[in-house]
Design a protein around this ligand. Sequence first.
Ligand SMILES: *[C@@H]1O[C@H](CO)[C@@H](O)[C@H](O)[C@H]1NC(C)=O
Ligand SMILES: *[C@@H]1O[C@H](CO)[C@@H](O)[C@H](O)[C@H]1NC(C)=O
Length: 477
Amino acid sequence: MYIHVPLLLFLLANVAPSDAALFSRDSESSLSRAARHVRRHVIKRSTGLLDDLRLAYTGIRLQQQAQQQQQQVLFQSSKMYCVNNGNTGLGIANNGTSGSSAPSSSDPGISLSASSAATSSMVSSSPTPTTSPTNAATTTTKKATTQATSPASASPTATGSSSSSSSSPWKVAQSYEGDTFFDGWDFQNSPDTTTHGVAQYVDKDTANSSNLIEINAAGNAIMRAETTGTVSTYRKSIRITTEYSYTGGLIVLDAVHMPTGCGTWPAFWSNGPGWPVGGEIDMVEGVNDYTNNQVTLHTAPGCSMPSSDPSTLGISGSLIGGTDCAAADTANAGCGVRASETNSYGAPFNAMGGGVYATLWDDDGIKTWFFPRNSIPSDLSSSAPQPTTWGTPMAAFASSSCDPFKYFYQHTAIFDTTFCGDWGGGVWDASGVPGQEQSCAARTGAASCSDFVLNNGASFTEAYWEVKSVKIYQKSS
Ligand SMILES: *[C@@H]1O[C@H](CO)[C@@H](O)[C@H](O)[C@H]1NC(C)=O
Ligand SMILES: *[C@@H]1O[C@H](CO)[C@@H](O)[C@H](O)[C@H]1NC(C)=O
């Protein structure tokens, strides 16, 4: 889908020292990367870009100025040069960026208040006592029957022993797991035209016959990338979209492994019709060797975050750029939050067997939680989620400044793994992001991301998703 959005670039970067590399995955024009050292508001501007001219701003050096609230116009100071992204169009990459100190991740992480109740919750969710006096048998049976036929009314005996047991308002509306995982997804069959990577997405039959998808012995869905040593213009990969669409809900991804490594740009995300009008929610996303997840919204004008202060927002992550989520106002950058957890993405995520990402989209707004494998709340494990018990989310976008049903609707969920592209290629030379303390250019010795990706298939054995399940819940009425 080709959508032209205004190319006035407003990149707001005012919180964390970061690369502010927020990229819409569904936009035609693109900002690519920016503003590592930026600690105050920035405005960048560009006009007159051609449809297939990808503009990448890099190496922005902000003159440090006295505290001021107003935004200032920023001019890029680094050299830029053109890169042929495997015939997908022109990319412009930078040279001359300097490293920066990595953001510290001092936040101890998410609260897992529910996890300690795991065992008791699982047990007490059964309405039938394991031992009961004979003379109470009839009553017990009656209660159990009543509860079974009317799940909304919780029985006191069932709820008494554990506050976190029983009634989840959420019921699985759609789930993808096991042998039938790949049923109900559309496979994109074209190159990556939206984020300009050197990935060739293939249809389901080709994916299967090329060994790019399978259900493994553990019953998990695998989505790989091609590992052929050298390919000419694209590396084969997977992009799948749910046939099921939803407005609001609780989207839960349980993944064992995600693609990682220089050149990779995977995501689990969703979007609506008429981008950016129906909104885009990037739930799991990053590039290269990043270790901290990034959650980003891209919307029509009018949606923002109410504050840039994580504690005011009640989140464990921190803002990468500004608070405006509108694609048109931010050169598609949207509003993004980077997780503080250094195992929330990439190799460290994989090393611990992954975990669960849960994104709640309801009247209060949009929130994402991350639970490492060893601390998944029991209510999630038992498919009876109770988000109110999960503690501080990684990211939250409150309804007070962004109506979650005006700016977001009719979403479909998407997995993809592209290579290079606007973001992955744009930060090839960059360093100073958690997990990418040294640039991929330095680490691989390859001058450009696409050079590396097209010629080093053996480097992409870790560029795969292993997914236990995707469950999309809706509120039971
Ligand atoms: C990048 O800049 C460095 C130092 O100025 C230079 O040595 C190098 O050749 C440049 N690389 C490219 C690809 O222009
Ligand atoms: C791949 O093809 C084989 C043979 O037709 C089939 O048994 C298997 O279920 C397919 N796998 C997927 C994931 O579609």
